[in-house]
Design a protein around this ligand. Structure first.
Ligand code: UDX
Length: 440
């Protein structure tokens, strides 16, 4: 069985690499030639643990890349579409890339004997496959879905920094579309690939909303604990860690996604919650809860800024060190990272910023250029600093000790991830979510 992957970003490249490394015949298409070149040489265009190793294994087993979409449409039985669906200024989803892929693929389908199954992995709002992509494909190809080709919606739930592990072992496979021989082929493919993973077969619009419901629920959990965290911070001695640990023991709640922090960021949760809000308004359902989830997330940054001001006083002219710009550890991704937003605000307040991140310095530099200073070592980043703000829970930061801290001009640490032990460090320590001693 020959497989095609259209769009070699996080999802597409992880999928192609895992399938290729398992011995499937995979062809990957991307419109960006320089990206294709790097991939062909075994160099992933972004940092993701285990990806380089898996990609190289796939290349050794014959994973090939192409700039010619016809090769995919003419030869592959299953074609995964994994192009980006970014957000527009009003929060709505930008379908231009996936529509363009559908349109080009449709034109190519017209002249082929191949009857492929097109599997939509990109995140799209409910109704997109049925009302937009299928009609484009049928019109361009002048052929009929479920006879000459098929479309199956198959949302992806992988996490950055865990992309390879999640691609190998997803918690669920969701297939949306029409039941029949095409759907049976996809089901068999996944049953063989993931022997112990539940497979949910439904229609495409339900598959599409499942993805948004999943990410919106995760965002809701984070905003919930952040709200509790803010309360704890204002109750002398209260500790959000103990709250999260304890409520997480209730099986109805569960322990995951209860880490209070500076708010959720990244390429998915902020974009998907916004798209869900926009979509909900469009279909006449007031998104009261998701509006609140977003508001809490936005306030989290304001609350952090107040904590920094409380810890340091006036910001103008102060040297502040930001520890971590990646939106989470083990990635170089800074898309929608709260840390980047914080730096922008601190610069507006005329603070001087030094930055450390184990992987994301290059991406951070592309945004701030010479407006901030970049350091490879924590010690250098802290030298002469008047306040350090831990933003990303990189393991390296758990090792910060008095040797590092003695580099600072004023020993003040704001910790959005509660990674240090107050009793072990010689600094004024402001962990978010923990009430300072004193009285109400
Ligand atoms: C998310 C979903 O988890 C994944 O299923 C989907 O396919 C893509 O979006 P990802 O963006 O890689 O994955 O990161 P995730 O681990 O979910 O973290 C997102 C943000 O939430 C990060 O900014 C992280 O710091 C924050 N977060 C997460 C918290 O603040 N607290 C938590 O308890 C968990």
């Amino acid at each position: 069985m020959k497989l095609g992957v259209i769009g070699l970003g996080f999802v597409g490249l992880s999928l192609a690499s895992v399938l290729g490394s398992k011995g499937y015949k995979v062809s990957g298409f991307d419109s960006d030639k320089s990206k294709l070149n790097a991939i062909k040489n075994g160099i992933p265009p972004f940092y993701e643990p285990e990806l380089e190793y898996t990609l190289k294994a796939a290349l050794r087993k014959g994973f090939d890349t192409t700039h010619d979409l016809a090769k995919i449409i003419n030869n592959c039985e299953l074609i995964f579409i994994t192009v980006g669906t970014p957000q527009q200024d009003d929060g709505s989803i930008d379908l231009s890339m996936i529509k363009s892929v559908a349109s080009q693929s449709g034109s190519l389908l017209r002249d082929t004997k191949n009857k492929p199954i097109i599997i939509v992995k990109s995140t799209v709002v409910p109704g997109t496959t049925q009302n937009i992509l299928l009609p484009i494909l049928e019109k361009r190809s002048r052929k009929s879905a479920n006879k000459d080709f098929a479309v199956v919606t198959n949302p992806e739930f992988l996490r950055e920094s865990m992309a390879i592990a999640d691609t190998k072992n997803p918690h669920v496979v969701v297939l949306g579309g029409t039941e029949g021989k095409f759907m049976d082929t996809v089901k068999r493919f996944y049953q063989k690939l993931h022997k112990n993973t539940p497979i949910i077969v439904t229609n495409s619009q339900t598959a599409e909303i499942i993805k948004y419901a999943n990410n919106s629920f995760l965002a809701t959990k984070i905003s919930f604990i952040n709200q509790i965290s803010n309360m704890c911070q204002s109750i002398p001695g209260a500790n959000v860690e103990d709250v999260a640990k304890t409520i997480g023991l209730d099986p109805r709640i569960g322990p995951l996604f209860l880490n209070a922090g500076p708010g959720y960021g990244g390429s998915c949760l902020p974009k998907d919650v916004k798209a869900m809000i926009n979509f909900s308004n469009k279909i006449g359902i007031k998104p009261v809860l998701l509006d609140a989830v977003e508001t809490v997330n936005r306030y989290q940054l304001e609350n952090l800024l107040s904590t920094i001001k409380k810890a340091t006083g006036k910001l103008k002219g102060k040297k502040i060190t930001i520890l971590g710009t990646a939106f989470k550890p083990d990635t170089d991704d800074i898309r929608d990272s709260v840390s980047i937003k914080l730096i922008e605000i601190l610069l507006k307040h005329q603070a001087t910023i030094s930055v450390h991140d184990p992987k994301a310095i290059e991406n951070t530099r592309s945004i701030f250029e010479d407006r901030v200073e970049y350091f490879d070592s924590i010690n250098d980043a802290l030298r002469g600093s008047e306040c350090a703000v831990i933003m990303t829970s990189w393991k390296d930061y758990t090792r910060i000790n008095n040797e590092h801290i003695k580099q600072m001009k004023r020993k003040v640490i704001v910790d959005t991830r509660r990674m240090l032990k107050k009793s072990k460090i010689n600094a004024r320590y402001f962990p978010i979510g923990i009430g300072l001693s004193g009285s109400f």
